[in-house]
Design a protein around this ligand. Structure first.
Ligand SMILES: [Zn+2]
Length: 119
C-alpha cells in the first residue's frame, strides 16, 4: 500500500509561468515557447486581423493592376472578380501565418499581454 507523500512544493513543480502573460500554468498546457492557450488564441486573433489587412491591400493592388494595367475586358468581369477574391483569400491566409510567426518571433513580453480580465 503506497502513501501519496506529495507536498504542495511538489505540485508547484509542474507549474510554469507563461512567457507572455506570466500567469502560472500547468506545463502540459504550454507550448514549446511556453505560451498558454489564451495567449496563443489572442495572438492568433491579432494575426487574423493583420492577415485581412494584408489580404485587402494585396487584392486592392491586384484590382488596380487589372483595372489600370491590363485593362481587363468587361466581358470577363466574373473572371476578374474571381481573381481578386482568390487573391484576397490567399493573401489573407498567408498574411495571417506570417503575422503570427512575426508576433511569436518578437516574443513580446507581458507589456503587450492581455489583461486577466479579457477572455
Ligand atoms: Zn499566457
Amino acid at each position: 500500500m503506497s502513501v501519496d507523500r506529495r507536498t504542495s512544493r511538489d505540485l508547484d513543480a509542474d507549474q510554469v509561468a507563461c512567457a507572455r502573460c506570466g500567469e502560472l500554468k500547468d506545463i502540459a498546457d504550454l507550448d514549446r515557447l511556453l505560451w498558454c492557450d489564451r495567449c496563443r488564441r489572442l495572438t492568433r486573433n491579432q494575426a487574423t486581423r493583420w492577415g485581412w489587412l494584408i489580404g485587402l491591400s494585396f487584392a486592392g493592388g491586384i484590382a488596380l493592376y487589372i483595372w489600370l494595367g491590363i485593362h481587363g475586358s468587361r466581358a470577363l468581369i466574373g473572371g476578374w472578380v474571381a481573381t481578386v477574391v482568390a487573391a484576397l483569400w490567399l493573401a489573407s491566409k498567408v498574411g495571417r501565418e506570417v503575422a503570427y510567426g512575426v508576433i511569436r518571433y518578437r516574443d513580446t513580453k507581458a507589456v503587450e499581454a492581455p489583461r486577466s480580465s479579457e477572455p
